[in-house]
Design a protein around this ligand. Structure first.
Ligand code: XIL
Length: 351
């Protein structure tokens, strides 16, 4: 069943049929709608990538592929606090603005990443320089400054990232210590005030399947919504490694969020392996990419599937996970791997 048509009345379907693809309500420009984005479009699930802004500026084939393959983009680093406010009160939006402009020119929606996180903070944010009350004010100001700068131009924001430990307790961060556990609700309330049109996400890793961490986040999302806190979506990063096996209950996990009426997305998908790669590892990787996309396409409220880099040329994996890599759907020469073909075929089956 076509997901877009499933959600439309007969008149809307007739209008689409008359006007052709240009009338589809998915927002993407049709000219140049090729690659993965062309097969994603009829499903209603957006296909995205994290973008490395240095590569976008310097590498023409990379830039061409970002425009050709994807209808949503996420800045890999340039909207993080350490980049946008390196010293207190001095904002630098240069590269973030460039991405938003690129996205507009290519008919792409932007996923903003990230507002509240314990990592990649500027060094001036710390607990010796500021009291808890001051840190609360700084966090609030940060959300208003950043979301205000981009107001109306960001489709979805990762508001709070990686707030939980593996056992389902809240992670001990500067924000938990300064503001207490209510910081998550506060962040979403501030974010909704700052840009009421953005879809607001709680986002985390190791929450693909059902486990203590994903269950704690499910419970939090349910409770916050009951309290009227404006949280609309749960983001599953999707950083997998084939050496651990693939999670089997991804679909069941998405389904329980769906039943709450909560949107979901895969926000940072990559599937790494212990190097060197070989055909069997590459096949297992393709299955990992495919299983997450299939789950997304099987529920009603999964809205996008974003890879954390599409080429091994710029992937973060080798720099962080020693001895591992080859984690993306294209090799270092931007040639498609089996994972790319699996993504394409999976979209085609659903479209
Ligand atoms: C990573 C980037 O890919 C790296 O370039 C950077 O050095 C560190 O951060 N979870 C997230 C992302 O939410 O922001 C991280 O991105 C990867 C893990």
């Amino acid at each position: 069943m076509n997901r877009i048509r499933a959600g439309l009345g007969a008149a809307a379907i007739a209008a689409i049929t008359v006007l052709g693809a240009a009338a589809l309500p998915n927002g993407a420009a049709v000219a140049g709608d090729t690659g993965l984005r062309s097969v994603a479009r009829p499903t209603g699930v957006k296909i995205g990538t994290a973008v490395n802004m240095d590569a976008l500026a310097a590498d023409a084939p990379y830039q061409e592929a970002v425009g050709r393959e994807f209808n949503t983009v996420t800045p890999e680093n340039v909207m993080k606090w350490e980049v946008v406010e390196p010293t207190q009160g001095n904002y630098n939006w240069t590269q973030a603005d460039q991405l938003v402009d690129f996205a507009r020119a290519h008919g792409q929606a932007v996923r903003g990443h990230v507002l509240v996180w314990h990592s990649q903070l500027p060094s001036w944010i710390n607990e010796t320089a500021f009291t808890p009350a001051q840190l609360r004010d700084l966090l609030r100001q940060h959300i208003f400054a950043e979301m205000g700068h981009f107001r109306g131009r960001i489709w979805a924001w990762d508001v709070v990232n990686e707030a939980f430990n593996e056992d389902g307790t809240l992670r001990d961060t500067i924000w938990l210590r300064a503001l207490g556990p209510g910081y998550i609700a506060d962040a979403f309330r501030w974010a909704h005030q700052a840009d009421p049109s953005a879809i607001l996400f709680l986002n985390d890793y190791n929450v693909e399947g059902i486990n203590a961490k994903s269950t704690a986040e499910y419970n939090l999302v349910r409770d916050l919504r009951r309290q009227g806190v404006p949280i609309q979506a749960f983001g599953i990063q999707g950083h997998l490694g084939i050496q651990y096996g693939l999670p089997g209950d991804v679909l069941q996990n998405l389904r329980r969020f769906d039943a709450l009426g909560v949107k979901t997305a895969f926000t940072e998908v990559d599937v790494r392996m212990i190097l060197p790669d070989d055909n069997i590892k590459t096949q297992a990787q393709a299955e990992g990419f495919g299983l997450m996309l299939r789950a997304c396409l099987l529920v009603r409220h999964c809205i996008s599937y974003t890879v954390w880099g599409f080429t091994d040329k710029y992937s973060w994996v080798p720099g962080v996970f020693s001895g591992q890599g080859a984690a993306t759907p294209m090799d270092e020469n931007l040639q498609p791997k089996p994972a790319y073909e699996t993504l394409k075929q999976t979209f085609q089956l659903a479209g």
